[in-house]
Design a binder for this molecule. Structure first.
Ligand code: SF4
Length: 331
């Protein structure tokens, strides 16, 4: 059943859902969580596959056709390919993608592509083994790159995007290698400005290596030409003037793209977040498990989305970092 489009109070039409399927992760990235990890959500609080599928189907019937599966690290969720297959089978889901740290791709790539995953974003912040280890606290770069190569062997999936978090004093030394990777492969490399969503709440603006600074570094190596920005896109994409590939800059801190934001998020424990930086969440798991029908759930969702934040307030006086960390929200 097709329902009316899902609109927020600013006239934006919601079309993109990010679903965090777990808050757990097999990495311990310095800018995300402490070495010992975080207190994980209890199993019974985590949405079951059929609950996720029901909410995704309901939202898709309201025009939210693009679904991205995230975590924590989604591939650590048991039987994750089965969930991918359930969502890929939903008629109104038109784009099904996954954000992963790539560590389990060597094991799962074939099963995920067979299940219907259409696109992949792989998070890699360093192409140097020792620096990768220092940042993620895992000696895993070689395994991630093997998984990436395996994934690239499936012609049916869309362009693989490699996302690198840009941190001042760290990423500058990574730029040449990532630029060469973007120029010598089909991967679309994107740098993402470091955002205040870390577990330690230690983020400072000084740690942000901005898109403009990255653009200058890259352009000095190989001149860039801007490509037209797609509506609601998070990345500003550039082509290398000599035609050798593309590179993207995602600048939520220095160049926010909230104006035409079309995204909402579902957390692993069934909370609806209308913005990455929401300070309030709407519980869907409770009504769902209490027997609410689709009409009741639809109304709860519409009311919450109508109150969707106009924008984030990073860098403004009074900005409050959300209590929930990036690892429990998902990219
Ligand atoms: S910060 Fe919030 S409003 Fe802005 S683009 Fe991200 S999710 Fe959308």
């Amino acid at each position: 059943m097709e329902r009316a489009p899902l609109l927020d109070g600013h006239g934006r039409r919601i079309a993109d859902l990010r679903v965090s399927v777990t808050d757990r992760c097999n990495f311990r990235c310095q800018y995300c969580m402490p070495a010992e990890g975080l207190p994980w959500l209890e199993h019974e609080r985590i949405l079951r596959f059929e609950e996720i599928a029901r909410l995704v189907a309901l939202l898709a019937s309201m025009g939210v056709h693009d679904v991205r599966l995230t975590g924590g690290e989604p591939l650590v969720r048991r039987d994750f390919p089965a969930l991918v297959a359930m969502l890929a089978a939903l008629p109104d889901v038109r784009d099904l993608s996954i954000t992963t740290n790539g560590y389990l791709l060597e094991r799962d790539a074939q099963a995920l592509v067979k299940a219907g995953a259409m696109r992949f974003n792989v998070s890699i912040d360093s192409l140097q083994r020792d620096r990768f280890y220092a940042l993620t606290r895992r000696d895993a770069l070689d395994q991630v790159l093997r998984g990436l190569r395996l994934l690239a062997g499936f012609p049916q999936i869309g362009p693989i995007k490699i996302n690198a978090v840009a941190i001042r004093g760290f990423t500058e030394d990574e730029v040449p290698a990532f630029v060469e990777l973007a120029r010598s492969s089909a991967y679309e490399v994107r740098f993402i400005e470091f955002m205040p969503l870390d577990a330690d709440h230690a983020w400072t603006p000084e740690q942000v290596l901005s898109g403009a600074q990255l653009h200058a570094l890259i352009d000095a190596l190989h001149p860039l030409e801007p490509l037209e920005r797609e509506p609601s896109a998070t990345a500003r994409v550039y082509r290398f003037a000599d035609g050798q590939g593309r590179i993207g800059l995602i600048n939520p801190v220095s160049e926010p793209f909230c104006g035409d934001c079309n995204r909402i998020r579902l957390t692993a424990d069934g909370k609806l977040r209308t913005c990455l930086f929401s300070l309030a969440e709407t519980d869907l798991r409770g009504p769902l498990r209490a027997g609410a029908d689709d009409a009741e759930l639809e109304q709860i969702i519409r009311d919450a989305v109508w109150r969707k934040e106009l924008k984030h307030h990073i860098g403004e006086r009074g900005f409050i970092q959300p209590a929930r960390t990036m690892s429990a929200i998902g990219g």
